[in-house]
Design a protein around this ligand. Structure first.
Ligand SMILES: [Zn+2]
Length: 306
């Protein structure tokens, strides 16, 4: 299930959901994001614990595909969340119920026919009340940056808001690797939604300063720093295309109908049916932002998953 980035760095880029990962050290294991599918979460925990006890579990963002699987890591180390993740952890909003969304993502429940059959996921599914009694969110909660030392390894948790308010990049200098969460979508569609695009561009600049060989993105294959130029281009092209639409006098409806980057990349694994949804929400969110009387960052409402 897991692939090696370096001898101590394990990730998987082939699952529906994010790229959950772990790093092995001389004093146990650090997990970075958890699988959304229950069977995969249980499996990854076993694989991680084969290398020693799990010391910490870090989430790079609050989107459901990065945090739902925490439930299956209860009792395995201390969960570390940025305040921006902690405050939004599996919170139900009128436009998005992350618990229901995670259930619908089980291929057998939703009948989407993704080929990623998850028959065991239904058996592992918790009752909603039982889940919300303890979804296993952070007990270390911080603002700004945080550094953890585990064995001979350093984990620099860098606050890089943009895709989400509590976004983290986890830099492990000894491995020359950084885990960016959805600050990077590698060779797949970028979910903008209610992101702060300007903040996101600043986050890319911060990651650019790191001396690393590998970037483990939130979605898609492991990449080098060359991906920073690609992601910057995607963000700028989206924003420019919507700005041009507004300048041409297009209405919101016309903008949403005409501005699309669907041809650029596929949607990440198992979610091809979301393509139109992504295009519509990306264009609509940018239209609203660019036509607002005052600049808004991080609206109070929920961001859809991803
Ligand atoms: Zn996300």
């Amino acid at each position: 299930m897991m692939e090696n980035v370096t001898p101590n760095v394990f990730t998987t880029t082939k699952l529906r959901g994010c790229n959950p990962s772990f790093v092995t050290t001389s004093d146990g294991v650090v997990v970075i994001d958890t699988p959304q599918l229950p069977t995969k979460a249980v499996e990854m925990r076993k694989l991680a614990e084969a290398h020693g006890p799990i010391r910490y579990l870090i989430n790079t963002e609050h989107h459901v595909d990065h945090i739902f699987g925490n439930y299956y890591f209860k009792g395995a180390g201390t969960v570390v969340n940025h305040r921006g993740v902690y405050d939004r952890f599996m919170v139900v909003y009128p436009e998005l119920d992350p618990f229901a969304y995670a259930y619908e993502a089980l291929p057998t429940a939703a009948g989407k026919g993704t080929g990623l059959d998850e028959p065991g996921g239904v058996a592992l599914w918790p009752d909603r009340d039982e889940y919300y009694r303890d979804p296993n969110k952070g007990t270390i909660v911080f603002t700004g940056d945080l550094t953890l030392r585990v064995g001979d390894h350093t984990f620099n948790l860098l606050h890089t808001p943009g895709h989400t308010p509590g976004q983290l990049a986890v830099h492990v200098p000894e491995e020359r690797v950084v885990f960016t969460g959805d600050t990077i979508f590698s060779s797949c569609q970028t979910w903008l939604m209610t992101s702060d695009v300007e903040g996101w561009l600043t986050a890319l600049d911060r990651i650019r300063t790191l001396d690393v060989d590998w970037i483990v993105p939130g979605h898609g294959p492991v990449v080098t720093k060359a991906c920073l130029d690609v992601q910057r281009s995607v963000l700028m092209e989206w924003k420019t295309a919507v700005a041009v639409a507004i300048a041409q006098g297009w209405t919101r409806e016309e903008t949403v109908a005409r501005v699309s980057f669907a041809e650029r990349y596929p949607v990440d694994i198992g979610q091809g049916y979301m393509m139109e949804y992504i295009q519509t929400l990306n264009a609509g969110a940018l239209y609203d932002e660019l036509t607002a009387a005052t600049a808004t960052t991080f609206p109070a409402q929920a961001t859809p998953p991803r």
